[in-house]
Design a protein around this ligand. Structure first.
Ligand SMILES: [Zn+2]
Length: 314
């Protein structure tokens, strides 16, 4: 019996990979600079060589799960990912399968996070939930009736681009007012410039050069009123959006994942509070907001490895 799933998380800068056993223990982990690989094939070969050189486990891999921006489950290809140097359609599954000689499966990083949460994280008891990834943007992985929802073109769950503020902030997608322009690490930083408050002038955040979302959370914790207002504003927009999403997914829980979520129970409770205000009656008090428990471990690698597990268990 081969023991390990290879989980690969392809990022714009770094690609992380690891060998994961059935308990979710990572036995070997490494990373390569995505930007150094001139072609996807050279990246895959580099990953293979690293595992072969540094472990004796290359023949113990039974399958490969890959999480990548714009990863298409059906075609097994990355399609026009804006943050990757490779252009056009990259048949990643085929390249991995040819090099490793085992089955591979691809999806986007938010879907991988959802499956990882269900197998190894804070959603083990759930068959209906949505993972919301709060990073540079906002992504979502929807598991309904214990199935990952892909949709016709593997594009389901683009919650980050649901418009929540008519005529609001410019989004990278070319439209205005998308959820991720408010509720994401980038959105929080934009709020520093754009959110107006009587307390703004006295805020410590204005003294920090290139402040990050975590600076806002840290200062809020220390009593900075302006930063607290930004967090409330972010939680309100996210909470109200999650209330609407309930209408088409009827989840038991939303699991918040990523840097902002990691800031803690406080933010999660605020999001829940705003979600409950004005949510459709039939959902009131029915939906939990949980925080991912995968932060400390390598969530991306675990999530990607979980994909192939779930796929082979079908
Ligand atoms: Zn957008």
């Amino acid at each position: 019996m081969k023991k390990f799933a290879l989980g690969v998380d392809i990022g714009g800068t770094n690609s992380v990979f690891g060998l994961v056993d059935e308990k979710g223990e990572i036995h070997f982990e490494d990373s390569v600079l995505t930007t150094l690989a001139s072609t996807p094939t050279s990246l895959v070969h580099e990953i293979y060589n690293r595992i072969e050189e540094k472990t004796d486990l290359i023949n113990d891999i039974y399958g490969i799960g890959i999480g990548a921006p714009n990863g298409n489950y059906y075609s097994g290809a990355i399609e026009f990912a804006p943050n990757l140097g490779w252009k056009g359609i990259v048949p990643l599954v085929k390249i991995f399968e040819q090099r490793f000689g085992v089955k591979a499966v691809l999806t986007n990083d938010a879907n991988a996070a959802a499956v990882g949460e269900q197998l190894f994280g804070n959603a083990k008891d759930l068959t209906n939930f949505v993972t919301i990834t709060l990073g540079t943007g906002l992504g979502s992985g929807i598991i309904i009736d214990n199935q990952l929802v892909y949709g016709q073109n593997s594009l389901a769950g683009e919650y980050g681009h649901i418009r929540v503020v008519p005529g609001g902030r410019d989004c990278g997608c070319g439209r205005k007012g998308c959820l991720e322009t408010y509720a994401s690490a980038t959105g929080v930083v934009r709020s520093i410039q754009l959110y107006d408050s009587a307390y703004k002038a006295s805020s410590g955040i204005l003294t920090i050069e290139s402040p990050k979302a975590e600076d806002v959370f840290r200062l809020a914790e220390n009593g900075d009123v302006f930063c607290s207002e930004i967090i409330d504003y972010t939680a309100k927009i996210l909470g109200e959006a999650l209330a609407e999403f309930a209408c088409f997914s009827n989840p038991q829980a939303y699991v918040l994942f990523g840097g902002i979520a990691q800031s803690g129970e406080d933010f999660a409770q605020k999001v829940k509070g705003f979600m409950e205000i004005g949510i459709l009656n039939i959902y009131k008090g029915q939906i939990e907001i949980r925080i991912s428990s995968l932060h400390d471990k390598n969530a991306a690698v675990l999530g990607a490895a979980s994909l192939i597990r779930k796929e082979l268990a079908k």
